[in-house]
Design a protein. Structure first.
Length: 180
């Protein structure tokens, strides 16, 4: 069955179609949530909340993007909301005045594995971690990141450059054995 037909059946509140759509996407979306939350119980909770929201708001799905991309955005937002509520603190930043040059050089030394990179990303402060993760791992552009995090595109670019700089330092420490 085609995804659009399945989505249309979900819009008609067809429970079998909802279950089928859930089964098609639950594993992939669980992985997305895990990349943010690092805890399977939390990821499972966020996954369930994301699907509930998706089915409640399915009328808003217009087909401009794939259903998977639409659902992934819900999972990413729910994951970030979960992390924010867990920390219960907000940092107000005004980075709109800064001009940042884009730097597309994301080369990493061969001796560093993906696990070390992910661990280093996790150790970044939230304002940089989310942008770096959304850009590098999830593949969002600055316009999308700005929308998701409710910041300006300039702030997204600034945080990416700063986060990248911190990430490079962390990875350099790993390479030369000065990290923990």
């Amino acid at each position: 069955m085609f995804h659009l037909e399945l989505v249309e059946r979900c819009k008609a509140n067809d429970r079998k179609a909802q279950l089928k759509l859930y089964r098609q996407y639950c594993d992939g979306m669980f992985c997305v949530a895990m990349r943010f939350l690092k805890n399977s119980d939390d990821a499972e909770d966020v996954l369930q909340e994301s699907f509930i929201k998706a089915f409640q708001k399915i009328e808003q799905f217009s087909g401009e993007v794939t259903f998977g991309a639409w659902l992934k955005r819900i999972v990413v937002n729910k994951s970030i909301d979960f992390l924010k509520s867990k920390r219960e603190r907000t940092v107000a930043l005004d980075e709109g005045y800064m001009h940042v040059a884009d730097d597309d050089n994301w080369d990493v030394d061969e001796g560093i594995d993906i696990g070390e990179i992910k661990k280093s990303i996790d150790s970044l402060s939230d304002k940089y971690k989310y942008v770096v993760q959304l850009f590098l791992v999830e593949g969002y552009d600055h316009n999308e990141i700005a929308e998701i995090l409710n910041i300006s595109e300039t702030a997204s670019r600034t945080r990416l450059v700063r986060g990248k700089g911190q990430l490079k330092e962390l990875l350099k420490d790993l390479k030369y054995g000065t990290g923990s």
